[in-house]
Design a binder for this molecule. Structure first.
Ligand SMILES: *Cc1c(COP(=O)(O)O)cnc(C)c1O
Length: 856
């Protein structure tokens, strides 16, 4: 029996092809035009849409969360995450390219005409790219096209050096280069490991020859539409500024959905988007020319309602591909597809190359730019024309008709890539125009003009193809155009070599910002301040939205707030984070942390407790689990999955199937919104700490008139889920504070906490009440604020003690100036005397004195 694939085992291959039974005996070799969806994909999408409610994401937060989650799946597919790239959903590659150039700023400053970069494209590009020049020319950009060879030569003979790198940022404009990762004409793969070289100016000499400006910043738009259909685009290795793609070319479904991927940071040159639509503005006036576009990238760029059902379908596409395709090559689905399809195309290529008429003349003319010796230079496409015995061409239209007779689908003509077509057919511009005058138009049946072909035949392969498909095509060619009989070649499933991709010209360094390791509980506590306000209670919420763990003595402050506070979260099968608002019973899951045994222990009534190690598993063991928590998306949360046992335990407790427990990984970099690098967050929504004043709670309790509401003071306090509960005589004063010193730890007040219906959940029972939200709303005239957010500034004596202790004194400061003067003084002292306050008793005294003055 002959083999089906060089890469995928026979059984797996049969399983795959059974998903396309609707093809019957049709041989589909037009994968580059559109992939085919497997039948079970539609079933799982159907199932999802039949059983779940998805509505307009502008209205429905759940749908919005799902959509944001799928943005992350898209990025994961390309081996990156939201901290590096953003996803803008578009209707396809074409719209992605157009949107990009419409938004792109070629000019710099006021002098947009003089300081204006170029629009550079390779001639071998899709028509959708050529059309971009019409927009660019409007923006005063110089239009420059580079031919195939010159482009490759420029990349080859250039080395980046540090000095070139330094010169990189020249302020004479922004230049945009567009080129395809894979040519849709013949599957040739252009180098994509050369982003840095291009930015360092390897094309400048070419630009100079055209008498255009070279002192510009280079930006690269990669047209990945054809490449990603059967290849792995690894954005952790190569990082173009912008990438355009269409999903139907990968999955066959859904149509009308593509994406523009934007490297974070490169969006700074995308400020020329004119149009705005529903969902893209923060404010717009209908009677005045005034609007402000939204802050987050995708909100600014996605006009109107995104095709949310198609986006939901995308989730199933990723899942389907993962379950259908075995990971044979590099443990990766796309790499496996890449190798499988490459060998099919190579087989066809070699057969065509060796195809001869009886008189010895070659029967096929191939229009390739590689000989299939290197998978990194060639994709799964073969483009050719067939000649008769007498050397005359068979027109592509004739070929197409005969192929149709044999139920073979393939593409003929120029495939929307006139640059490549012209180059391979050896036609000058004049000849092209003459053909047009003779009546030939794109896509018509005039396949020969004066015996010369006006287009070609393209066969392209997808993962569902096998060697049988190659044979069908070759059989048809033999029967129709040759007088020889086709013999199925003997193919052996010999091992094949997995070739490492070429080196990237500069290794991209990830952020290696190191985190400070906390030292626990050093038992030193000097009473730095005196106050009649005390820290009464410390609570942490190890799992976001679950119960509190109350601290009896003291607790270390980490860089994201209290150690282990909101470090875990529960996500549902869509990867969306569960919240107490929707799942009130989450508060009944009570986590505890045992620092001695280094365990997180979860309790839930009616279930034996379960424990997890606090130390994260070694890097090797933990399956890297990247995701974003939509609630605070575009903030990105990276983490890892805590395994099946605890996942089942949680599903059981909350009676929701397929839950997972995710732990935020320690090097995740969530920041407080609009704040500096230093202020990092766990999975809490707003800030590191939430402070609640018990006096204000007492005051509120007195105001609540509802006779059915009979919370104890502790119960009522618990509803606010504060980390730091203080007690004092006065109520409501905390709202005016700007800084707080607790023991020797200084905190900055970030603002008041806005309240939602979550405070109406009794944390003991999980039941909802109307109070206290009703009274808060009444008392504060609809402004539902309660409690204040804090971020950690540091110890006031500069020591590294990081433990906050219960019962220590709390000192509020309402005048920011005083505190900053105090700080100046403190640092001045530190610098001039070179004394470390902790070591010098005297300084501490002064400090204490000074602090008393400052904080009065
Ligand atoms: C298909 C394709 C396009 C156009 O994609 P649409 O989905 O039609 O917008 C652009 N460039 C290349 C290389 C393609 O293969």
């Amino acid at each position: 029996m002959s083999i089906l694939s060089k890469v995928i085992e026979q059984d797996d291959m049969n399983r795959i092809t059974s998903e396309f039974s609707r093809l019957r005996d049709r041989c589909y070799l037009e994968h580059a035009g559109s992939a085919l969806y497997p039948q079970s994909l539609l079933e799982s999408i159907n199932d999802d849409l039949m059983n779940n409610l998805y509505t307009n994401p502008h209205t429905d937060k759940y749908t919005r969360d799902c959509v944001d989650q799928i943005r992350c799946l898209v990025l994961r597919h390309f081996n990156t995450d939201p901290s590096t790239y953003s996803v803008i959903f578009t209707s396809g590659t074409t719209q992605a390219l157009k949107l990009l150039v419409e938004s792109f700023q070629f000019g710099i400053d006021d002098n947009e005409v003089l300081n204006c970069g170029s629009f550079v494209y390779t001639r071998d590009n899709h028509t959708s790219v050529l059309g971009l020049r019409e927009i660019a020319v409007e923006k005063n950009a110089d239009i420059i096209h580079i031919n195939h060879d010159e482009f490759l030569n420029s990349l080859q003979g250039f080395e980046t050096t540090p000095s070139k790198w330094k010169e990189r940022y020249k302020n004479e404009g922004n230049t945009l280069l567009v080129y395809p990762a894979q040519n849709n004409f013949n599957g040739f793969k252009y180098p994509i490991n050369c982003m840095e070289k291009i930015k360092d100016g390897c094309l400048n000499s070419y630009i100079k020859k055209q008498l255009c400006k070279v002192n510009c910043n280079w930006y690269i738009l990669l047209d990945a539409a054809s490449y990603v259909a059967t290849n792995k685009l690894d954005l952790s290795r190569i990082q173009p500024d912008f990438v355009g793609l269409s999903f139907y070319k990968i999955f066959g479904f859904p149509t009308g959905l593509g994406a523009l991927l934007i490297k974070n940071g490169s969006d700074s040159v995308l400020n020329q988007k004119r149009y705005f639509g529903g969902g893209t503005v923060d404010i717009v006036l209908s009677s005045e020319d005034f609007h402000v576009k939204r802050e987050s990238l995708h909100e600014r760029f996605e006009d109107g309602t995104v095709p949310f059902l198609s986006i939901i379908a995308l989730k199933h596409c990723f899942e389907m591909l993962n379950s259908l395709i075995p990971k044979v090559v590099n443990n990766d689905v796309m790499e496996t597809i890449s190798y499988h399809t490459f060998f099919l195309a190579k087989d066809l290529y070699q057969q065509l190359k060796n195809l001869h008429h009886k008189n010895g003349k070659q029967a096929a003319v191939l229009y390739m730019d590689s000989d299939f010796s290197d998978i990194h230079k060639q994709g799964a496409t073969v483009t050719f024309n067939i000649k008769r015995e007498d050397g005359s061409y068979i027109g592509y239209a004739e070929f197409q008709h005969l192929a149709e007779l044999f139920s073979i689908s393939l593409r003929t003509g120029c495939f929307c890539n006139s640059g490549s077509c012209q180059r391979h057919l050896n036609a000058t511009n004049k000849e092209m125009k003459d053909m047009y005058k003779a009546g030939h138009k794109c896509g018509d049946e005039i396949d020969l003009v004066q015996g010369k072909p006006t287009g070609a035949v393209r066969a392209s392969f997808g993962y569902h193809n096998t060697f049988n498909d190659v044979d069908k095509l070759m059989e048809m060619i033999h029967q129709c155009f040759l007088k020889t009989k086709f013999k199925t070649p003997k193919r052996l499933k010999t091992s094949f070599e997995i070739v490492k991709p070429p080196d990237v010209d500069k290794i991209i360094n990830g952020d290696k910002s190191k985190l400070i390791d906390d030292e626990f509980f050093r038992d030193v506590e000097t009473p730095f301040i005196k106050s009649n306000i005390t820290l009464q209670e410390i609570a942490i919420f190890p799992i976001k939205s679950c119960g509190a763990f109350k601290i009896k003595s003291g607790w270390p402050i980490g860089i994201k707030g209290f150690r282990y506070d909101r470090e875990w979260m529960i996500v549902n099968e869509n990867g969306v984070c569960l919240t107490q608002k929707r799942n009130t019973r989450m508060c009944l899951i009570k986590p505890a942390i045992d620092l001695k045994q280094k365990l997180l222990i979860l309790h839930h009534k009616g279930q034996p407790p379960i424990s997890l190690p606090l130390n994260p598993p070694s890097n090797k063991l933990k399956e890297k689990f990247k995701f974003c928590q939509s609630k605070v998306c575009t903030d990105i949360v990276q983490g890892y999955d805590c395994g099946d046992v605890v996942a089942d335990w949680l599903s059981n407790a909350l009676e929701i199937p397929f839950l997972r427990l995710i732990r935020q990984s320690s090097n995740d970099k969530r920041k407080v919104k609009n704040k500096s690098e230093k202020d990092l967050l766990g999975l809490s929504n707003q800030a590191q700490f939430l402070l609640i004043n018990k006096a204000t709670v007492r005051w509120l309790n007195d105001k609540i008139e509802d006779p059915t509401f009979n919370d104890s003071m502790d119960q009522l306090t618990d509803r606010f889920r504060g980390n730091i509960v203080i007690d004092m005589d006065e109520e409501l004063v905390e709202r005016e504070w700007q800084r707080v010193v607790i023991g020797k730890h200084e905190f900055k007040v970030e603002g008041q906490c806005s309240r939602c219906q979550m405070i109406c959940i009794d944390q003991q029972t999980g039941l909802k009440t109307v109070e206290p939200l009703r009274t808060i709303s009444q008392q504060f005239a609809g402004k539902m604020r309660f409690g204040i957010y804090l971020t950690y500034v540091g110890t006031i004596d500069g020591s590294r003690d990081n433990v906050l202790k219960v019962n220590t004194a709390v000192k509020p400061c309402s005048n920011e100036d005083d505190i900053s003067r105090f700080q100046d003084w403190f640092y001045l002292n530190f610098l001039t005397n070179r004394c470390y306050p902790r070591d010098v008793h005297n300084t501490s005294c002064k400090l204490r004195h000074r602090l008393r003055c400052a904080c009065r």
